[in-house]
Design a binder for this molecule. Structure first.
Ligand SMILES: C[S@@+](CC[C@H](N)C(=O)[O-])C[C@H]1O[C@@H](n2cnc3c(N)ncnc32)[C@H](O)[C@@H]1O
Length: 199
C-alpha cells in the first residue's frame, strides 16, 4: 500500500540544529517516544542519524499514514511503526522509554493538554529519562519576539485554546513531576530546546 507523505518546511529548517542538541544527550542506547510527530520527517531524519536510538513516532490517527510513508522509505530498522497517541484520548504507550521528544506541539495543544502531557511523563518515565521539548515559549509572560507574538495571535484565530505557552508553566509542572531542567538552549528563530532529566 502506498501512503501519502505530508511535508513540513519548518522540519527541514530546524532538523539540523535540533539534531545537534539531541546528540548531546542521547549517547546511551534506548527507546525514544516522539509525541506529535506530524509528517514523520523528523522521525526519518533523527532515526537515521541516531542509529542506537529506537525512534517511536506517535500522533493522532490522521498523521499516521504520512509517518508510515516516511518509515517505508527509510531503511533504518530503528525507525519504529507509528503509535496512535493523542494526549487526552489515548493511553500512554506501554514501552520502556528512556527519552521523550516533542517539537512544535505545545503551542498547538490546549493548556490542559500540555499539563496532561507533563503529568503522563511524570507517571510513566523512569529515573534518568530525558525529555526534550522544542518550540517557542513566552518568558516572564512576554513573547520573546514580535514574530512569536504574531504567530500566537494567528494560532488563536484558528483555535482559541491553542497558542504559545509560558515557559514557567512547563517548568513548574516538570519540577512537580520530579524533573530537573538540565538546559534551556536558545535556538534559531526564537525557539527553545528544553532538556529535562528525571531524578
Ligand atoms: C505543528 S505540528 C508539529 C509536528 C512535528 N512535530 C513537527 O515538528 O513538524 C503539531 C502536532 O501536534 C500534534 N498534536 C496536537 N494535539 C495533540 C495531542 N493532544 N496529543 C498528541 N499530539 C498532538 C498534531 O497532531 C500535530 O502533528
Amino acid at each position: 500500500m502506498v501512503h501519502q507523505k505530508r511535508f513540513s518546511p519548518a522540519c527541514e529548517r530546524n532538523k539540523d540544529v535540533i539534531l545537534e542538541k539531541l546528540k548531546l544527550y542521547t549517547q546511551a542506547p534506548g527507546n525514544l517516544l516522539e509525541i506529535g510527530s506530524g509528517s514523520g520527517q523528523h522521525a526519518a531524519f533523527f532515526s537515521s542519524h541516531l542509529p542506537h536510538i529506537n525512534w517511536y513516532p506517535s500522533d493522532q490517527p490522521m498523521y499516521l499514514e504520512s509517518i508510515q510513508a516516511y518509515q517505508q522509505d527509510t531503511p533504518n530498522k530503528n525507525f519504529k511503526s507509528p503509535i496512535t497517541f493523542k494526549v487526552g484520548h489515548d493511553n500512554f504507550p506501554i514501552i520502556d522509554f528512556s527519552y521523550v521528544f516533542t517539537a512544535n506541539t505545545f503551542h498547538i495543544m490546549s493548556q490542559q493538554e500540555v499539563i496532561n502531557s507533563l503529568s503522563l511523563l511524570g507517571l510513566h518515565l523512569k529515573s534518568q529519562s530525558y525529555v526534550f521539548v522544542y518550540g517557542p515559549f513566552k518568558k516572564n509572560k512576554e513573547f520573546t519576539s514580535v514574530s512569536n507574538k504574531e504567530f500566537h495571535r494567528s494560532l488563536q484565530v484558528n483555535n482559541p485554546n491553542s497558542g504559545i505557552k509560558d515557559f514557567e508553566l512547563i517548568h513548574k509542572h516538570m519540577l512537580e513531576h520530579s524533573f530537573n531542567l538540565v538546559k534551556d538552549h536558545d535556538m534559531p528563530a526564537n525557539n527553545q530546546f528544553l532538556v529535562y532529566l528525571k531524578h
